[in-house]
Design a protein around this ligand. Structure first.
Ligand code: ACO
Length: 329
């Protein structure tokens, strides 16, 4: 058998908070309707964490499920990467809180900030660390408590986002038949203004007037992002399909970022992949940023991704960032 190491997704897990916020509930907060939200986005409801739950709590719940299905002990983990734009604190990293919660005392732990593409960025890093022989067991998590950073008076954004977390354990294998075949990530910092949480960092520290102006909440230019999202997700997905020596007809599952059903439909038609192969759960959770692909992957896995089926993950987010991965399950 070859001594080359490959990266295999051995398990997944996810967690969403119990509280459901429906479109009808939102229509009591801002000037919107279930009809507008459904037809423009496909979202019907989203989950909202309690005031006691932090991002690391959501992440830990998802991670415990993934670890238990991997039949691994937390002490077996070499690395924990948490992808989030809603960390518990600027420092320490959310991954360090998760490490302590899990008792993963042998793991290195750090966060990455790549917005909705974060889980795929983490997967790409895990794959590289495993293939170059640095680590054998990597836990990657996408976790967000976006409800803390949403402006609940802005109908342009508050209807879109929700809270949740998803995780995957990626381990080294010598078996090339079931593994991450290819991954690709990218960024374009010339569009930083399109989607941001402006206040609270070094460029715009927290002041009373900044908070009064809601600069500590998410702002977005949705129309511009929509077009760029379709372009970059299509290009990234095509790239990983080609790098894996596959064609679109080989793909059994596409698991895209869950931001907007119209974006997802546009991508599936541009990739020439049937929409019944494209996994959608944004109706239940809205856009959970870095958690979205992670939760969708776990739900698709539990719905029945079969061994040796081909899965493409693809996402796009603030930064701008984008990423995709092709997997033979
Ligand atoms: N209810 C009712 N009307 C609304 C609402 C609402 N919730 N929100 C906006 N409108 C109004 C607008 O005010 C506008 O009215 P006007 O024409 O009188 O000015 C009208 O609806 C149309 O607004 P648009 O912005 O043109 O609507 P659009 O069809 O572009 O849909 C949306 C908006 C859903 C935000 C879409 O542009 C989108 O999904 N963009 C991509 C978002 C995304 O993918 N983000 C990804 C990354 S997220 C991350 O990284 C954290």
């Amino acid at each position: 058998m070859s001594t080359q190491k490959f990266a295999k997704i051995v398990s997944t897990g996810s967690y969403v908070p119990e509280k459901v916020l429906t479109n009808k509930d939102l229509s009591k907060l801002v000037d919107t309707t279930d009809e507008w939200i459904t037809t423009r986005t496909g979202i019907k409801e989203r989950r909202i964490a309690t005031s006691e739950q932090s991002t690391s709590d959501l992440a830990t719940q998802a991670a415990e499920k993934a670890l238990s299905s991997a039949s691994l002990d937390a002490t077996d983990l070499d690395l924990i990467i948490v992808a989030t734009i809603t960390p518990n604190t600027f420092t320490p990293s959310t991954a360090c809180y998760v490490q302590a919660n899990l008792g993963a005392k042998n793991a290195v732990a750090f966060d990455i900030s790549a917005a909705c593409s974060g889980f795929i960025f983490a997967m790409d890093m895990a794959r590289n660390f495993i293939e170059n022989g640095t680590y054998d067991h990597v836990l990657i998590i996408g976790a967000e408590k976006l409800s803390t950073f949403v402006n609940w008076e802005d109908r342009n954004t508050c209807v879109l986002f929700g809270d949740g977390a998803g995780a995957a354990v990626i381990s080294a294998t010598n078996d090339s038949s079931s593994r991450i075949l290819s991954s690709h990530i990218g960024s374009d910092g010339t569009y930083t203004d399109l989607l941001k949480i402006e206040g609270g960092g070094s460029a715009c520290p927290i002041t009373t007037s900044n908070v009064d102006d809601k600069l500590n909440t998410l702002s977005m230019q949705g129309k511009e992002i929509f077009k760029l999202a379709v372009h970059h997700m299509k290009t990234a997905a095509n790239q990983v399909i080609e790098d894996a020596n596959l064609t679109p007809s080989d793909i059994d599952w596409v698991i895209p970022h869950q931001a907007n059903l119209r974006i997802i439909d546009a991508i599936s038609s541009r990739l020439d992949i049937d929409s019944d192969k494209v996994f959608v759960n944004l109706d239940k959770y809205g856009n959970t940023s870095a958690a979205a692909v992670a939760i969708a992957l776990d739900e698709a896995h539990r719905q029945g991704i079969e061994r040796e089926q081909h899965v493409v993950l693809v996402a796009f987010g603030a930064g701008l960032t984008w990423g995709a991965a092709a997997i033979r399950w």
